[in-house]
Design a protein around this ligand. Structure first.
Ligand code: FES
Length: 597
């Protein structure tokens, strides 16, 4: 559905309801033969977005060659006036009578069992990188602009020309990794955009094909030609005389008269500072997540990586699945990738979706939450904290919360946040976790560090430490929860009451939590507990919060060593005082509750 936008998505796997706004085209797409008479008659000229402003279009236009459907579209914001008295020329020119100024947007509701998210990406805008001067120098273009220039269907019919004088340049330089692989640079991104090396190699070959005598240089950090046949292409480019210079220019200056460009670069192969004079520069810009991804993320409660792309359920075993059942990823929505990888992923995503739908039913994980209807007061806190929108509460009619098991992923945040203990996590019940706390602290509690570790990152971090044969103190005892969000405040107090000197909660780094953003609730909860500890005169350092990923075995052992050092600072007397304070608080709490009742 073109010219359409997703307005809302409700429901869960097998029961999605998608509201789509289909914008008015003002041209009957079934009747339009794309003859172009309307555009010829239209007096409006606007920069052509598809040609990145290198040519113009009319207010009624076909967005790009091969657009589907092959029919004209009228942009009401560009149109002089749809009233025939003001303009109306396109309508007059259209013999088939396809133009309808009164067309209205439509709103459609679709039912879907599964969803494939393929929201694409945007090219990086190099404007903020002052050192390259993209907006100052007319003969510096981006890759996308270059693609339009060298395209036979583009504004120059495939002639690569300088924008300052429309002449074919004698020399062209490509600058790689523009906006990519720049950790620490706030104006750019730390990740590799995946496609730029091979795209530039392809562009250099095209240039050499069109203009064999042209001098072509590529400035790079390193060339990543890892795909099938890619190395061959790289060698072909070098064989055609393209010069590859290892080093990115630190400064670019313009020759004021001729508008040629001087690049100052440290060649890291020769360790020499060099100056290169070229007539045109192409900035090989990276890829960035599209802005619309945020809207879809909210609607579907998806996770994102720190790079801003969607996070898959598992990088190796579920590379096209989202963390929510029935939602899959395809293409650059998940990470920067080239066409071949995007097509492969799209095939995988559609196969995953088809497999699910053809079976007609799903098997849900046994680890889901369940509501004790007698205890539930319909306060709605569980629904608020659920990252998957898997809980509904009818507050108005005071109906107990309902868990949609098909949507529940089992993080346990609802169980930890419920102030009435009205939610239990199957297989990670309060009783089960508290039994572990008590078992750990039954003997010599002062010698123990109680560590709650989330299944996916911190617990796996312990495994990494083990596999790498790293040592960590034996005093540390791990209690596994699926997510750090499951660690209930009462587990902490019970541990301190039972004599724990130090309690550690460890989970995934922000952005890596396998339950979308459940670990944000962990942080909030721990901050609340720290405040209480301060108020009650307890040393808040005794409760620690650490983010450790599955790959951080070294960090895991270092954190555990630090916990052991901290444990040694906690005296017998401090533990005894803590117990007293907590008992007193408990008594006060009970008294208050009695008075209330
Ligand atoms: Fe590790 Fe949520 S899964 S903190």
């Amino acid at each position: 559905m073109t010219l359409s936008e997703i307005k809302s998505i409700k429901g869960y796997v097998g029961n999605f309801e998608v509201t789509v706004q289909k914008r008015a085209r003002y041209v009957n797409e079934n009747e339009c033969t794309a003859c172009g008479d309307c555009a010829q008659a239209c007096p409006v000229l606007k920069p052509d977005e598809f040609e990145i402003g290198l040519s113009s279009r009319k207010a009624i236009f076909i967005p790009f060659p091969q657009a589907v459907p092959s029919a004209y579209v009228l942009n009401p914001l560009d149109c002089l006036g749809q009233d025939p008295l003001i303009c109306g020329k396109c309508k007059e020119a259209c013999e088939k009578g396809c133009i309808d100024y009164d067309a209205q947007d439509e709103e459609l509701t679709l039912k879907a069992g599964t969803i494939v998210v393929a929201t694409g990406m945007e090219p990086y805008d190099p404007t903020p990188l002052d050192e390259y001067g993209y907006t100052r120098f007319p003969n510096m273009v981006t890759t996308i602009e270059f693609e339009r220039l060298i395209n036979a269907g583009g504004p120059t019919k495939g002639e690569v020309v300088r924008l300052s004088d429309l002449k074919v340049p004698k020399s062209v330089a490509f600058i790689q990794c523009v906006g990519s692989r720049s950790p620490g640079n706030e104006k750019a991104n730390p990740y590799c955009s995946n496609i730029c090396c091979m795209n530039t190699i392809k562009d250099t070959l095209m240039l050499k094909e069109h203009y064999p005598d042209m001098e072509v240089k590529v400035f790079y950090i390193d060339i990543r030609a890892f795909g099938k046949g890619f190395e061959d292409l790289f060698q072909r480019s070098k064989g055609k005389g393209v010069k590859y210079i290892r080093g990115l220019p630190g400064d670019v200056q313009e020759d004021p008269g001729a508008h040629d460009l001087k690049l100052f670069v440290e060649n890291t192969s020769t360790d020499r500072l060099e100056r290169h004079h070229v007539e045109m520069v192409v900035l090989s810009q990276g890829l960035v997540p599209s802005e619309d991804m945020n809207k879809i993320q909210e609607m579907l409660a998806l996770q994102k990586t720190s790079d801003g792309f969607y996070l898959e359920a598992h990088p190796k075993l579920q590379p096209v699945d989202s963390a929510s059942a029935g939602i899959f990823f395809a293409g650059t929505a998940e990470s920067p990738k080239d066409i071949k990888d995007a097509v492969t992923q799209a095939s995988a995503a559609s196969a995953r979706a088809a497999r699910l739908m053809s079976s007609g039913k799903i098997t849900v994980e046994a680890i889901t939450s369940r509501v004790d209807e007698d205890k539930c007061t319909s306060c709605g806190i569980c629904a608020k904290v659920c990252p998957y929108n898997a809980i509904t509460v009818d507050k108005k009619n005071k109906r107990p919360a309902v868990v949609i098991e098909a949507a529940c992923a089992g993080c346990g945040t609802c169980a930890a946040e419920c102030p009435f203990d009205a939610i239990e996590m199957n297989h990670f019940t309060d009783t089960q976790i508290l039994s572990q706390v008590h078992a750990i602290l039954e003997k010599e509690p002062r010698e123990k560090v109680v560590c709650f570790a989330c299944n996916w990152c911190s617990y796996a971090g312990a495994d990494s430490a083990g596999v790498a044969r790293l040592n960590y103190p034996t005093n540390v005892r791990l209690i596994r929860t699926m997510c750090s969000g499951r660690v209930d405040e009462k587990f902490i107090w019970k541990a301190f009451e039972a004599g724990a000197p130090v309690v550690l909660i460890s989970g995934c780094h922000f952005g890596d939590c396998h339950y979308i953003d459940a670990n944000h609730w962990t942080k909030k909860r721990v901050e609340k507990i720290w405040k209480k500890m301060e108020k009650w005169g307890l040393r808040k350092e005794r409760l620690q919060l650490e983010w450790i990923s599955a790959a951080e075995g070294i960090r895991f052992s270092q954190v555990m060593a630090r916990m052991e050092e901290l444990r040694k600072t906690v005296t017998k007397q401090e533990i005894a005082e803590t117990k007293n304070i907590l008992r007193e608080n408990l008594k006060k709490k009970k008294k208050k509750r009695k008075q209330k009742n």
